[in-house]
Design a protein around this ligand. Sequence first.
Ligand SMILES: [Zn+2]
Length: 511
Amino acid sequence: MNKFSELNYSRLNYKQTKEKLLNYKKEILNASSYEDIRRAWLSMREYIQYLSYIEEMAYIRYLCGVSYNFYKEEVRIQNLEDPQIMVIQNECDRLLINSPYVKEFELEFGHMIVNQLKNNSMLLNTSTSSLQAEEARLRMEYTSLLSSGQDREALSEQFYDILDNLITVRSEMANALGYKSYIEMAYKLQGRFDYGETEIATFRTQIQKLISPACKELRNSITLQYPDTDVRDAKGLIAVLKDMFSDISQGSREYINYIFEHELFDITDRQFKRNNIFSCCMLPYKKAPFIIGAYHGNGSEANYLIHEFGHGYAFYTAARSQKLYEYHRASPSVNEIHSKAMEHFAYPYLDTFMGKQKNNYVRNHLFQSLDNLPYRCAIDEFEHALYKDIKLTRIQRCELWAEIERKYMSWRITDLQAIKQGTYWPNQSHLFTHPFYYIEYNIAQINVFEFYERSKHNYEQAWQDYTNLCETGGSTNYFNLLKVGNLSNPFASNTVSMVCTPILEELYSLV
Ligand SMILES: [Zn+2]
């Protein structure tokens, strides 16, 4: 593979693409042996990966503000075409899972893929492809507004309308597919096979009981403000990260060398680049991660970048250990362990970019990790309420948010005027682009704290457990993955308190 910036892009010929996919479909339909169906299905999937690779290339350039207007148009076209491609892909998958060869397939590739394909086939069909396209269009409208450079306050009205429309479209989609509400559908979309609404609600209660009061107390002595780093520019920071990954292990050295060789990162700000963006994209087909960020020299930005490099490491290792692309990533509650644990594995290297501000950075990082827990629970509860009763008025939604906010973050001051005006609701992009994802960061955070404690006592062992987890990708279910990483079940009744107590102690000692 060349350097990313040197990769050629030209728009896919969607007509030909669909024809080719329909040919694969025919092959799968006419297969008369396991070998035949296996070959046809794998070729179809490889072709899909190639398509995603081309599309992702355009999407990354769009996010980064490179030839912005050109790639913006490309992404708009993709959003229109993709649902139709997904429908054909889905028909191919359905033929496979309903074929007499599914047992052999499961024997070779494992239970997870069959589960996933069955799940997807319930989530996609022709009746909803126009709704999917509409959802993608609204998401894009939102991200375009974000990168328009206008003040968020001034966009409040437009943001609200987009959210309102998204709630309607998503609920219609769920209805068309026979789900009680979008909540049920979203759980399936997240690949939550092993836990449900009850577990998540109990988990939120634990955070509210144990972490909310601690955050309230800590807020008296800590104000969240990351110090600046010693490394002022993007080039300097990336060099520090290179040294860090070269030092941790042989595997992380190979990873960072690969990233550098192909220049798979863009962390310099530019016009039209999405504001405050930190993301790790994946280029299937090439098995290459791509890290996006905007670095101006602050510790929090360095932390976000390390997070994204963690996602990249996990994808890179899983892609080289797992045969199926579907296994190169796990569900979000595990993917976020990959990224967040990396933030802690960076601690021994903080001297190199935080210098004298190291302790200050650690205090901010630990406090933020903890302080986010109640906020994310609030967002999650709010989302459940939004989709449970989609007919709520704008004012009712604001009142609801105020009430939930009080429950988890009693330190926040409610702006009664804003409630009356209908502007009191959270400015959280996940509500628009990744519904029901936010709580996954919390579930992951508990296991991340476990890795952190282990790394303090035995860094190498912790890193080995972590790498094993990354390499396993999404090839087995959630609870098995926790076992691979030697991690506790976050939903068990004592886990939150057991894991968070030493973190709280450390934080009190740093105040
Ligand atoms: Zn992440």
